[in-house]
Design a protein around this ligand. Structure first.
Ligand SMILES: Cc1cc2nc3c(=O)[nH]c(=O)nc-3n(C[C@H](O)[C@H](O)[C@H](O)COP(=O)(O)O)c2cc1C
Length: 337
């Protein structure tokens, strides 16, 4: 089958990650992959409604397709926040039903919503209604776990999905493990509960009308090819962040786009970086997302070290990035910026 037809905007995405997938990160990831769908960090509905929207919702035009992930559990608030996100130009609104942190549990949202399918359905229905009225309706999607704590009953997970799908949600990003609500940190909750990819595969088999994208522990091109035989899409989190060139390799493998070198890709980030520097953003906020670009490559450690040690210094600018690039043996600064 023609690759272009087979793979679409659901095929590849970069997961929402607090403190990581900010706008600078997403602009960088977009340079690496033209097709990947990019997700914001989770923003609580209350913050969207009452907070500093420029800071919380602002994004660069190059980021499309870009999805806003919301946290919350009150239909009226989520509806209002979804509408605001849509007006800001997001291409999708995603509801977080997977975060297990204590703070999030205290607010009764995130992963503990896996126990309240009817409430999630109400939330989704309200969000869909809120974005339906405009000339540019956007999809409302869910990112969920398989269950919480010791639940290991597929039928229960399936019932959750059915309830939410009946409210109009068509796309499910499945982080294919449970969340344990007691005793594990959020980090451990991304590692300790066992992965059960077969549940996501089964969901897609049984509900072919739904779009099912799989998430959790996906780290290589080979993994991606396997998962795409069973699901509509793969969502990568940590691997994409720590080894961003993987995103570019995936883009190349899935869509046959030209494979560019790491240094070339990084230099294509320069106009954006310099624009932000001129606006007063410190270099460290921009370059922290590129530290893994030479992961596993000669000079990769030096590249990371030069940027980590220098980017927070007053006046640090793109010259530091060129210095780091030189440590990898990449050609020194090209004539044209
Ligand atoms: C630093 C960090 C922050 C995260 N923040 C969020 C978040 O805001 N919303 C969310 O749904 N998941 C969040 N996650 C979970 C990821 O989206 C993803 O589900 C998880 O890391 C598993 O995928 P991976 O194995 O590909 O990393 C976060 C993960 C990390 C590592």
């Amino acid at each position: 089958m023609d690759k272009q037809l087979k793979y679409n905007e659901n095929t590849l995405s970069v997961a929402p990650m607090m403190d990581w997938t900010d706008s600078h990160c997403r602009v960088f990831h977009r340079l690496l992959s033209r097709h990947a769908r990019l997700y914001t960090e989770m923003v609580h509905a209350q913050a969207v409604i009452h907070g500093d929207r420029d800071r919380l919702l602002g994004f660069d035009g190059s980021e499309h397709p870009v999805a806003l992930q919301l946290g919350g559990s009150e239909p009226a608030l989520l509806a209002q926040a979804a509408r605001i996100g849509q007006e800001w130009g997001y291409d999708e609104i995603n509801l977080n039903v997977g975060c297990p942190s204590d703070r999030v549990q205290a607010g009764r949202f995130g992963a503990c919503l896996m126990k309240e399918p009817a409430l999630v359905a109400d939330n989704v229905a309200a969000m869909i209604a809120a974005v339906a009225g405009s000339g540019r309706p956007v999809p409302v999607t869910i990112k969920c776990r398989l269950g919480v704590d010791e639940e290991n009953d597929y039928e229960r997970f399936r019932a959750f999905v059915d309830t939410v799908a009946a409210a109009g949600c068509r796309t499910f990003f499945v982080h294919a493990r449970n969340a344990w609500l007691q005793g594990l940190s959020p980090k451990e909750n991304r590692e300790v509960p066992p992965l059960r990819y077969d549940w996501a595969y089964r969901l897609k088999r049984e509900c072919p009308q739904l779009t099912v994208a799989i998430n959790g522990g996906i780290a290589t091109l080979a993994d991606v090819h396997v998962h795409l035989q069973h699901t509509d899409g793969v969502m990568l989190g940590r691997a994409a962040y720590h080894d961003p060139y993987l995103l570019h390799q995936l883009e190349h493998a899935l869509w046959d786009t030209a494979l560019r070198s790491r240094s070339e890709l990084l230099r294509s980030f320069r106009p954006y970086a310099e624009n932000r520097l001129a606006a007063g953003v410190a270099l460290k906020h921009i370059t922290k997302h590129v530290l893994g670009l030479f992961h596993g490559q000669p000079g990769g450690r030096m590249f990371r070290q030069i940027l980590s040690e220098g980017a927070h210094k007053p006046g640090a600018d793109w010259a530091l990035v060129e210095q780091a690039l030189a440590a990898t043996g990449s050609q020194s600064r090209p004539a044209a910026a």
